[in-house]
Design a binder for this molecule. Structure first.
Ligand code: C5P
Length: 235
């Protein structure tokens, strides 16, 4: 099953990083038709986000559960089995080879794209060293991308700045999801290494995660549409 996006709108992932389900529901209503995938992360998961994720999936939306699974193999496998039953389209797993193999075993042919989180973009070489790794952050990203493909994962989450090298390394089929996307002229917020939607597409990104420039805009539908149009122009 291919999770490659068909249209420019399909490629836009909007994170619902808000404190309550009520606010998330309002954002979904305002951005209908301009967003391909809604991402539910840790903040909302701890405030009713899981039943809300199922509600969205039942309503026909594509939902990305950004839960970043990491545990013993059996627990990860069984978690993936249950997440598949929730009707999710994407779910994140930390990209340890063994953990990814366990996640793939839990798929059982379900229509769910498993995404490996290579190295969090908030971590630099020093953080990676402090965590006990001898490689640089960039080398670790590369080896984990290769491991994700070998494990049978659907894709990886990476910085748009790494996308072009990883596309070459991991081949055309692996789905690349890139956060840190900012339309020209908008604030980078706390993202350190941003790219515009057009540049992210040129670098080989399949799905672009762009949150606060849309959720913080006075007209969210218009803001999402502008990002989508920038994606379309680059395709
Ligand atoms: O608002 P903004 O566009 O910065 O949101 C980016 C989203 O992508 C957030 O939900 C954040 O948790 C997620 N993310 C990220 N960097 C990663 C992995 C996930 O920004 N490396």
């Amino acid at each position: 099953m291919s999770f490659k996006p068909a249209t420019a709108t399909d490629r836009l992932v909007l994170p619902l990083d808000v404190p309550t389900v009520e606010e998330a529901r309002a954002i979904v209503a305002e951005t209908q038709g301009a967003v391909g995938v809604y991402k539910i992360g840790m903040q909302l998961q701890f405030a009713g986000g899981l039943p809300f994720a199922e509600e969205l999936a039942r309503a026909g939306q594509k939902v990305f559960l950004d839960v970043k699974l990491f545990d013993i193999d059996n627990t990860v496998e069984q978690a993936v089995r249950n997440i598949a039953k929730m009707g999710m389209t994407f779910v994140t797993i930390h990209a340890y080879p063994k953990t990814m193999r366990a996640a793939v075993a839990g798929l059982d042919g379900a229509d769910l794209c498993l995404l490996g989180v290579t190295v969090l973009t908030s971590m630099d070489d020093e953080d990676v060293k402090a965590a006990g790794y001898a490689e640089t952050a960039s080398d670790l990203v590369k080896s984990r991308a290769v491991a994700a493909r070998a494990a049978g994962m659907g894709g990886i989450v990476c910085s748009p700045r790494e996308a072009s090298e990883l596309r070459t390394l991991a081949g055309p089929d692996l789905v690349l999801v890139t956060p840190g996307v900012r339309p020209a002229g908008s604030s980078a917020d706390d993202q350190k290494r941003v790219m515009t939607p057009g540049d992210a597409i040129h670098a080989g990104s399949d799905y672009l995660v762009c949150g606060r420039p849309i959720t913080g805009a006075p007209d969210r539908h218009a803001a999402a549409k502008r990002v989508m149009e920038e994606i379309a122009a680059a395709l």
